[in-house]
Design a protein around this ligand. Sequence first.
Ligand code: ASP
Length: 301
Amino acid sequence: MTSHSQKPIAIVVHGGAGDIPEERRDPAEAGCRAAAAVGWDLLAGGASALDAVEAAVRAMEDDEAFNAGRGSVLNAAGEVEMDAGVMDGATRLPGAVTLIRHFRHPITLARLVMTRTPHHILGGEGAEAFAREMGCQPVPNDFFITERRLAQYRKRLQTETADTVGAVALDAAGNVAAANSTGGVNFKLPGRVGDSPLPGAGFFADNRFGAVATTGQGEHILRSGLSFLIMRLLAQGLSAQEAAVRARHSFLDWVPAGRAGWIVLDASGGVGIFHTTRNISYAWRTSGVDACVSGLEAQDA
Ligand code: ASP
């Protein structure tokens, strides 16, 4: 007898919220689809939500279209400093790294902080020393710098960026996870840390309710505790989409004209996406939907 009681699985990835120029839209959507497919294949093969979000984010860290890993934006000193964070909805333990300058996959370092240290966040030189201790190979900071980002730097571009990456997933065992990785914002002061590696701001995961990852202007997100705010709405029994839409009011109440986007999964695999920016790029797949759904939405901010 075949069982039809298979538990739902789901993955949602984002490729950043902001003002995404016309010529960047296809690469962003394609990169989101590819990353969602990586995560989906793992989940369909029985892998954990944590494995799925890490692999999806690693794929995007390797994709120069995104502001994470190689292709990250430059800070005011012309260097790349990256942040990443991950959270396990089963244990509700987060792990994060900030100001990473020499390691290709900050998301993997974040997961190592979660699993191999008693801490939740390691930053800068300490984080890099830990990475070496874990056997990760450093690369020169130049490795992360692409022509496109150099051109933006030379123009002293300080506008918001829109290519940070993140993922949320639900696995067949009912576990959720959330992850984020970023180079931050263009021309930031060296040492600046945004929301992306901060649990409760950039991401949150709790098996009872779901998982959230946010993107956009980090200062807006972190002072509104955006991920936790959305998690509270899920905890009140709202579906992912209801929580995603409802969060807009509270977010804009805290930060008038706040600019952010968010992806949400509820504990039963429902998907929610919302943004107060012009665009957000995303892709998702859930049980019962045969193909990956992707998009790059525009709406009045
Ligand atoms: N939230 C990121 C930061 O402020 C940037 C982004 O999501 O595009 O560091």
